[in-house]
Design a binder for this molecule. Sequence first.
Ligand code: DAH
Length: 330
Amino acid sequence: MKKIKQSIKTCKSLKDLEQLRLSLFGKKGFFAAEFAKMKTLPNDEKKDFAQKLNADKDLYLNLLNDKKMILESIAIEKEMKENSVDVTLFNSTPTSGALHPVMQTMDKIIEYFVSMNFSIQEGPLVEDDFHNFEALNLPKYHPARDMQDTFYFEDSMLLRTHTSPVQIRTMLNETPPIRVISPGAVFRRDYDLTHTPMFHQVEGLVVDKAGVVSFANLKYILEDFLKYMFGDVKVRFRPSFFPFTEPSAEVDISCIFCKGKGCRVCSHTGWLEVLGSGVVDPNVFEAVGYKDVSGYAFGLGVERFAMLLHKIPDLRSLFEGDLRLLEQFR
Ligand code: DAH
């Protein structure tokens, strides 16, 4: 027994300790064998024998438990030491950041128009009724002013619903010839697969003396621009309506997913709508006091371009800040 006591004391691992426990308390262990001996003892010796054995049992149980606690705490400490994090360590492989895909797309759009001699003009995000609607030939009863679509403040102020008000600001501040684009954020009450309450547009405006700028110029530059953005696509102009242009056209490109054959993305039409455009309406020139001029304008949604360029199915994912998506644009 002394030997066993010594073995417990010097035991170095939980596994060895378990072996010792089995040799003492297992079915074929020391105590099982001792208690079995009782049967063969004379009755008057049984009581003393059992008492002694039970006392020994308690003693060894305690020895084992104490040793177990010690070995366990040593194991925990060892693991903590091995797996500890040195927060002072210098990370020598830093990962680089990247521009958001919407901003990358914005940059590409701006790059094209700057190369075509357009200058950049920005305007306020909080607009007044006159610049956002009235001067753009969107009179008081126009459905685009609906409370459902627009974030209004008091006193006819609102979050601009498009970048077109920058046209008005530019014309009021400058004299023709004018050749500007206006990139920036716009706001509408919308939220689904292809709409978010905040998104970005790029507006374009060209104004010169009457007769100098025509629909043909608009057609040329937009076609060239769309080929710069999307590569070898077909471009078509479809008659449409905007209050601030007359005539107006929506511009489509042949579907970049099915090459015009028809698929889910293009609703089986073979075409994708990407732009609004037109010849500036005389009412708009009148609102800013311009006479004897002509011009064209266009507007596009940057997120829509980004979605098409990168085949992003849900617009909302662009604004969730999920690094797993954003890292793909590094
Ligand atoms: N402002 C329009 C919109 O938000 C886009 C637009 C269409 C702008 C035609 C224009 C234009 O300048 O000529 O939907």
